[in-house]
Design a protein around this ligand. Structure first.
Ligand code: ZN
Length: 303
């Protein structure tokens, strides 16, 4: 599919004409070029499936199409503190839009509920603590990508009591979180997605865009953001938070607001943890002593 270039151009022309009529002549220089605006509209559509399908299905730049685009401009501006909510994608709004990234968070992607994901205390009673056994299936092609993933878990563990272990290839079938790369939007603004995956909802999938040209901090921040969704968090309103809908380069750990939202979901501050840190699970059937030791060392590093 994809959006027809002729449609994008028609939408950009009509919006620019409308905005020029709204703005005093002195301010017309604050509007982007037709080509610039086409890029901005496409960027918005890549972040919003409903807008994308509207534009892909449209025959011409009707009022309904223009309204759909305007709605998304409004939604974007309302999330960014420094922008005026004038529903005009001027150069300032466009610059912001193009430097911020997004994720494909679906509201139905909630944290795992089954008992298998919950820690038991020493007496075998269920607690509210989540228990993540993650396996890294693939990473983007840069040195240190796996360490970024470990650091991202650690950023949450500093503030929220979590049980996290990394499973290597020997034990990957025990994992309840699979982390992998996947082509998501062809290098567009979407960095990743997290969801409760098939076949039975017991395995969480955290997928990072394979087509993206990653930097280390952008990758670590995006993984940390997606882990926030695995904890059950939705997007934090406004910008500058790890869990903001529009992700800023360089933010690699949760803000106080993000942490408060996680605590409100029933997660604990590590110091107030009601039960002792559990032992790593296993040994797994067929696991060698060397593999078991390696896993213990990893667990110590991560906890
Ligand atoms: Zn998100």
């Amino acid at each position: 599919m994809g959006i027809e270039t002729t449609l994008l151009l028609a939408v950009a022309k009509k919006l620019l004409t409308k905005w020029k009529n709204q703005l005093p002549a002195d301010d017309h220089s604050l509007l982007p070029s037709e080509v610039g605006l086409m890029g901005g509209i496409e960027n918005l559509a890549l972040r919003n499936e409903d807008l994308l399908s509207t534009l892909e299905g449209a025959q011409s730049a009707t009022t309904a199409v223009l309204d759909a685009v305007t709605q998304k401009i409004k939604g974007f501006q309302s999330q960014i503190d420094v922008l005026r909510n004038d529903e005009i994608l001027g150069t300032k709004s466009l610059d912001q839009l193009l430097t911020l990234f997004g994720c494909n968070h679906k509201p139905e992607a909630k944290s795992p509920q089954p008992e298998e994901f919950r820690n038991k205390d020493p007496k075998g009673r269920q607690t509210n603590e989540l228990w993540f056994l993650y396996h890294i299936e693939s990473t983007p092609d840069f040195v240190g990508a796996s360490d970024c993933i470990r650091d991202a878990w650690y950023s949450w563990k500093e503030f929220i009591s979590l049980n996290v272990w990394e499973l290597n290839d020997d034990n990957k079938e025990k994992a309840n979180v699979i982390i992998r790369t996947k082509y998501i939007d062809g290098g567009g603004p979407i960095l990743g997605q997290a969801h409760v995956g098939p076949p039975n909802g017991y395995v969480l999938e955290l997928e990072m865009d394979k087509g993206h040209s990653w930097t280390k901090t952008r990758f670590e921040g995006a993984v940390c953001h997606e882990i926030g969704h695995l904890l059950g968090l939705d997007h934090t309103p406004g910008d500058g938070h790890l869990m903001s809908e529009y992700i800023k380069e360089g933010i690699v750990s949760p803000s106080q607001v993000d942490i408060n939202n996680a605590l409100a979901l029933g997660h604990y501050i590590p110091a107030l943890r009601p039960t002792p840190e559990p032992e790593p699970p296993g040994p797994y059937p067929g696991e060698s002593e060397a593999a078991r030791r390696r896993r213990e060392i990893q667990a110590r590093y991560l906890s």
